[in-house]
Design a protein around this ligand. Structure first.
Ligand code: TYD
Length: 423
C-alpha cells in the first residue's frame, strides 16, 4: 500500500548519488546539519483522508503520517508514499468546488495568466478533475482545452461537459499524447495536484516535452510558509506528499530546460502560490526576489509541530466538555482536513454527530476511520445542533453567510483555523 521515502524528491539529499551539504557549499564546512531528511511532524498512523466509504464497504487502510524536512532545499515531504492507484484512480470523491469563492479565484487566475501568455488560446490542465476550470476558461475566451487526470469517474464527468480529457497520470508518455492532440499549448496549468505527485523529476520531464518556447507553465500549490504561519496542520495528509518551498523548486529545475520566472501569492485554500515556469532565457528577477523573502526553516517546522499539538488538545478538550454538558455538536464540510482533525482529536459519533456536506458522492458514507456519518448540507438547519465545527474553514465567509439561519436560531460555529474561535 505504501513505500518509504528517504531522499528529497526535489534536490536528492539522502540519495546515494547526492552530494553532501558540505560538498555542495563553496565555503566548506559552513553547514553542520544532518546529511539526511529530518523528522519534523508526526500525526501517527492515519486512514486515507478521502476514504469516505459506507459502513459495510471495505476501507483502503491506514498508513503513517509523518513529515520529513530537507535541510538543503527546505522541502517538507511525507515519510511514506501511498500508492497513487489506491489514492486516485477509481472513485476519487474530491471534486473541484463550484463555490463563489472558487469562481472568484478562477477569475483572478484567468486575468493573470491571460496577460502572462503571449496568445491565450490553447490550455492543457494537469489534474483537470471534473473539468470545472477548463470549462470556465473556455467560456472566458480560451479556444482549445485538454484535461489530463487519472480519476476515471472525473474524466467521464468532464467528457460529458464537453472537455476532452486524457485519463492518465501526467508523465513523459501522456505529455507526448497531449502534444499530438493540441501541439505546444500556450498554457500548461496544474492546480493543487503538484504536491500530490511523488515523481517530480518525471513530472518535469513531461513538462519539458509538452512546453514550447512560448508556453507558460502555471502550477498552483499550497505554500508551506502559509501552512506553518497559520497552523494549518490539517492540510497534512497522505495525498499531500510535499509541503513546498520555492527553494525546492529552484533546486528541482536546476538541471532542466525550465526555470522559475515568478511566484504569485493567493489567499485560496489557506494560502497558495502560483509558480510561473518557462523555458529558460527570461529575466528571473521576480523569482529571485520571492526566493530571497522565503522564511521556511527547520525551526519554523518545529514551532509549527509544537503549536499544532496544543491546538489539537484545545479542540479536543472543548468538544468533549461541550458534549459532557449535553450540547449537540456536528461538523460542516467533509473535507480531507476534517479527517485529519477528527483522527488527531479521536472524535467519534458520540462527539461529532454528523458532518454536513454539499457533495452528493460523500452522503451516506462515514468519515474515514470512524462511525461519523456524512449527510447533506440541509441537515444543519433541520437538526439545529448547538455547535458546528467548520472543517471547510477555507470557505468561512461564504458558508457562514449561506447558513446564516443556523446562527439566527442560536447555533454557534467553532472555526478551527487559524485559531480556534467560537463565532
Ligand atoms: P475542500 O476545502 O475543497 O477540500 P479538502 O478536501 O482538500 O480539504 O473541501 C471542502 C468541503 O466542504 C467539500 O467536501 C465541499 C464542502 N462544502 C460544503 O459542504 N458547502 C459549501 O458551501 C462549500 C464551499 C464546501
Amino acid at each position: 500500500m505504501y513505500k518509504p521515502r528517504t531522499s528529497c524528491r526535489a534536490c536528492g539529499l539522502g540519495s546515494p548519488q547526492s552530494t553532501t551539504l558540505k560538498q555542495s557549499t563553496a565555503a566548506g564546512s559552513v553547514y553542520q546539519e544532518d546529511q539526511k531528511l529530518i523528522e519534523v511532524f508526526d500525526l501517527g498512523v492515519q486512514p486515507l483522508a478521502n476514504d469516505f466509504v459506507a459502513a459495510s464497504d471495505e476501507r483502503a487502510g491506514f498508513a503513517p503520517l509523518k513529515v520529513l524536512f530537507c535541510p538543503r532545499c527546505h522541502l517538507g515531504q511525507l515519510s511514506v508514499e501511498v500508492s497513487p492507484n489506491i489514492l486516485y484512480s477509481h472513485n476519487y470523491p474530491y471534486v473541484t468546488s463550484t463555490s463563489d469563492t472558487m469562481k472568484a479565484h478562477f477569475g483572478l487566475i484567468n486575468d493573470g495568466l491571460s496577460k502572462e501568455c503571449k496568445r491565450p488560446n490553447t490550455v492543457v490542465e494537469i489534474g483537470s478533475n471534473d473539468g470545472a476550470l477548463l470549462g470556465f476558461l473556455l467560456s472566458h475566451g480560451w479556444k482549445t482545452a485538454l484535461g489530463i487526470d487519472p480519476a476515471q469517474n472525473l474524466c467521464q464527468v468532464a467528457q460529458t461537459h464537453g472537455i476532452p480529457s486524457l485519463c492518465q497520470f501526467f508523465n513523459e508518455v501522456s505529455a507526448e499524447t497531449a502534444l499530438k492532440c493540441v501541439g505546444h499549448p500556450d498554457l500548461i496549468l496544474a492546480r493543487h495536484c503538484f504536491c500530490h505527485i511523488n515523481d517530480w523529476k518525471g513530472f518535469v520531464k513531461g513538462l519539458e516535452v509538452l512546453a514550447g518556447d512560448n508556453t507558460v507553465i502555471a502550477i498552483e500549490v499550497p505554500w508551506a510558509q502559509d501552512m506553518l504561519e497559520n497552523l494549518e496542520f490539517d492540510t497534512v495528509y497522505h495525498e499531500h506528499t510535499s509541503y513546498l518551498s520555492l527553494k525546492s523548486i529552484d533546486f528541482l529545475l536546476k538541471d532542466s530546460s525550465l526555470g522559475l520566472s515568478d511566484a504569485w501569492h493567493y489567499d485560496i485554500h489557506g494560502g497558495a502560490i502560483m509558480l510561473i515556469i518557462k523555458k529558460r532565457g527570461f529575466d528571473d528577477a521576480r523569482a529571485r526576489l520571492a526566493l530571497s523573502k522565503e522564511r521556511i526553516s527547520l525551526d519554523a517546522w518545529r514551532e509549527f509541530a509544537a503549536k499544532s499539538e496544543v491546538k489539537v488538545m484545545e479542540l479536543s478538550a472543548k468538544v468533549r466538555s461541550l458534549a459532557a454538558e449535553g450540547k449537540t455538536i456536528v461538523g460542516y464540510g467533509a473535507s480531507a482536513k476534517s479527517t485529519v482533525w477528527i483522527q488527531a482529536c479521536g472524535f467519534k459519533k458520540s462527539h461529532v454527530r454528523f458532518i454536513a456536506d454539499c457533495t452528493k458522492g460523500k452522503w451516506y458514507k462515514q468519515s474515514p476511520g470512524t462511525d461519523i456519518p456524512i449527510v447533506d448540507e440541509g441537515a444543519l438547519t433541520r437538526e439545529l445542533p448547538n455547535y458546528a465545527i467548520l472543517f471547510a474553514w477555507n470557505f468561512r465567509k461564504e458558508i457562514i453567510e449561506k447558513e446564516r439561519l443556523f446562527r439566527e436560531k442560536g447555533g454557534k460555529w467553532i472555526v478551527p483555523v487559524p485559531k480556534i474561535e467560537i463565532v
